[in-house]
Every structure is written in C-alpha cells, then in structure tokens.
Design a protein around this ligand. Sequence first.
Ligand code: PMP
Length: 359
Amino acid sequence: MNRVHNFSAGPAVLPAEVLKKAQAELTEYQNKGRSIMEMSHRSAEYEAIDQQAKDRLTELLGLGDDFEIMFLQGGASSQFMMAPYNFLSEGQTADYIDTGRWSNKAIKEAKIFGNVHRPYSSSETGYDRVPTDDELNFSDNPQYVHFTSNNTVAGTQFATEPETNGVPLVCDASSDFLSKPIDVSKYGIIYAGAQKNVGPAGVTIVIIRKDFLAKADTTDVPTILQYQTHTEKIFNTPPVFNVYMVNLVLEWVQEKGGLDYFKKFNEEKGALVYDEIDKDDFYRGAVEKDSRSLMNATFRLPSEELEAQFVAEAEKQDLFTLKGHRSVGGIRASMYNACPRESVETLVNFMQDFRAENG
Ligand code: PMP
C-alpha cells in the first residue's frame, strides 16, 4: 500500500488495517458466496453486524442499558432537524451554545420548531473559543442544551461537557466522537456523522438516553423521523456496507485499547503540532489556547501567499489536505483517531523545514 499522510477534515483517513480486512471480505463475506452489500438487511449475517456494532459502542462508551443506539442516514445535518422535531415544540425553548458554523446550522433548523436561546456565542471574535461554565447564561426552562463538542471549521473543542445543572445535553459529536471518554450520564442525545472518526460517509450514529426519549412529542412527526421508530427493530434498509465498516473500525478501536488509549494518543499528536506552532511567531494558532481542538489543529502563517505555498509544498511530500476550510482560510490539520503518529511527525518535520526556508 502506498498511502499518503491524510489530514482531511472528512471524509477522513480510515485505519489501513480496517481497509485491508474490508478488502479481503469484499467479494465474499464469511464464505457466504456474496458480499455484505448483496445480502438482506434482515439476514442473520447483517443483523449480527448491527448488534455487534451496538454492543461495541455500548462497551466503549459505557452506555449500560440506559441508551438506544441507531444507525441512520441523512448525515449530522439531518439531526439538526430531527432532534428539535422530536423534542422542541412551539412555545418551548431549547438552548443552543453557538461555537461555529455547525452550531449555527443546528440553530437555524431548531428555530423552525420552537424558540432558540443562545446561552453563549463566540461569533463576534470569529469563533476563536468555546465557553467556560461561568460564561453560560441559560434560559429558565430549556428542553435541552445543544452543543457542538468539536468545531471542525474553527478548530476548537470542549475539554469537558458544559455544566447544565441536570438539563440533558444534545451533542453534535461528529468530529470528536470516540476520541476520548465522555460522561454519558449528562447526555440526552449524542449524534455523529461517521465520516471523521468511525467510518465512511453515509451513516450517522445516534445514541439516545431512554428516559429522554420517553419525553419526545411526536404527534406531528412523520414515522421515519421519529427516533422511537428506530429503536424496536431495523425500520428500513440501512446503509449496510457503512455499518459493516463502522463495526470494523469499532473493533479496531477496542483492540487498540479503547477510549482511554485514544485520549492519550490524540493528546500526544496534538501536543506535537501545537508545540511546533508555539515555538515562535512564524506559525500562529487560529484559536485561543484553552479551546484548541485535538482533532483539527488550525493555524496561520505570516501571509496568505505563504499559506498557499505551504499547502503546495506539503503535497509534494505526501502531506495531503492541509488547506483550511474555505470560509476561514489558513491551515487545518485534521488528526482523528485513525491518523497515525507518523503522519503527524512528518507534518511537524515539514513545518520545521518550511519555517527554516521561509521564516
Ligand atoms: N457537524 C459537524 C461538527 C461537522 O463537522 C459536520 C461536517 N463537516 C457536520 C455537522 C455536517 O455533517 P454531514 O455532512 O454528515 O451532514
């Protein structure tokens, strides 16, 4: 295999071991004479995959019996709509912490269903930080508090869950899902598009606390958009190959040592890049230090010309997709679970050489 160092923000690098296993099983799954893509989603083989993936998530996150897990379609963007559709009605209020592009898109959808209160927004400073608990001004009686645990575009991340004094969190965890342990007891819903930390694009993982689900008001919600519909059995044809891939990635996460392992691994990779940024003024972190993301490191160079040159020269050394999001510019190195340490070390070496030549 001749794989590049892939810093894509998503769809992102997958573990090479997982891709190899999928390749070996691609035309024939478990000696059944056909691939998993060519079997019924009601087959024993697929149902076993669906169950195994759910069991693995339960084990990795410590979910116990309190949660329902579902593999849906429509991306995290559909969850921006589905969560308020089920849990926010006219006259009610939900609190949405506004920390960037994706929070904003979630807010836009929620407003269709009810009132949205922003307990905090960093929009005026270009989304350069996430709040501390004492900066959060909640409304009196919110249905839930929504937050984006990692802000893929700006490059900020909540180090821990915001303190809501018991109000359930609804979390868009798309870009840091399974990158570290979390306190699941604080969450009503955790949702994540798979394409960054857990698998290929096309499946969205949704985890809902059962006692929160019981509070859903689904009077006017179409069947497929009710969470309850997806809890009893597989409702309609799921993206079977994607769930199969997710299951392989989850197996890999378990074999590596679970979420404690990845917390440490991701902290180490992040430190390599951020230490390099902080060495002098050539590289400049794009966000406040306390809010830095271990998943998406964003930084600037002295000029946009140098940034373009950085991206172009990096590619010549097999360092791919380092250009910042089109809405903010700069450089963004995305380093999800499957990004090997060697890729980050190669990037840091390149940063040193580039500074030496252009600083
Ligand atoms: N939330 C976050 C934090 C994201 O990074 C993204 C995609 N980059 C989305 C939501 C949107 O996800 P999707 O394209 O799966 O709808």
